[in-house]
Design a protein around this ligand. Sequence first.
Ligand SMILES: [Zn+2]
Length: 316
Amino acid sequence: MRSPESLAARTIGSRYFNRRNFLNAGVRFSPSFTWRSIWQAKGVVEIGGCWRIGDGKTIKIWKDPWLPKQNGSRIWSPPKILDPNATVETLIREEEKAWNTDLINQIFAPFEARQIQEIPIPRSEQTDTFIWKKARDGMFRVKLAYHQIKAQNRHQSSNNYEEQREDNTWKELWKTKAHPRTLNFIWRLLHKSLPTKKNLSRKGARCIPTCMRCWEGEETEEHLIRQCDFARRFWFASPLNLRTEQEEGLTLRKWFLDILEKLQLKEKGFFCTLIHQLWKARNQLVFEDKELPIIEEIETATRVFEEYWKAQKKEE
Ligand SMILES: [Zn+2]
């Protein structure tokens, strides 16, 4: 146990808001416009705030800011071994009130493991408290928060173009002429809410998270739609003639939006139908042990889409 005079403890200061006072204060706390606008600003507590560890029960390891010396106060190492929603409590040996060094070294990058172990754990029972790091005494100050939010917004305006573009493309997606079930599927795919093996095992289901087609990668959305060898050949053989190996660095969502933007109305619908077909082919393999040649899968998608397209035209 390190002295409470350590750098971390001094940076944090002695005054604080606890979770009830601060996070639950809501607009009721003060109805002034300034306060409300700050409250509505996304992530006010994320700018200069940081959790100070009491028992670690309310602080989420990968979701809350709790590393006072790290830029942004958040963990950068990706979740591993523990559940992504695990709390800091799981890193503490309760009886000894000490960090579980072995576990911490297994999970975090060395520079983070060191920082964590420098944080003092209180000897007595204490709840976690949220403190405002930037103010010298740790008190939350409306004016200070306001200036920091403005500074942050300026910093973020460079991302606005991307955000705007993404918003527009979602609107484009809903206008796309493809079966509503297909559009619904695309939405779920891009929000990572499909029962892929990876998602199932992440939720605790007992299954091997490997792709049953190639047995080489984990069965994620990215893998099924883009990275699997089957998917690569599928896209290349399709009338859209897409090469997916050049776009390794893109997220699935960005890849999808990039392509959708370039296609004409009818092609957009066809593109979505092809993606849906990859998922249907996956289900055939997983549930019926059926594996059809790529050409047949593409033909099925083409037929399904043309039928839908013609029916729509008749209605117009
Ligand atoms: Zn695969």
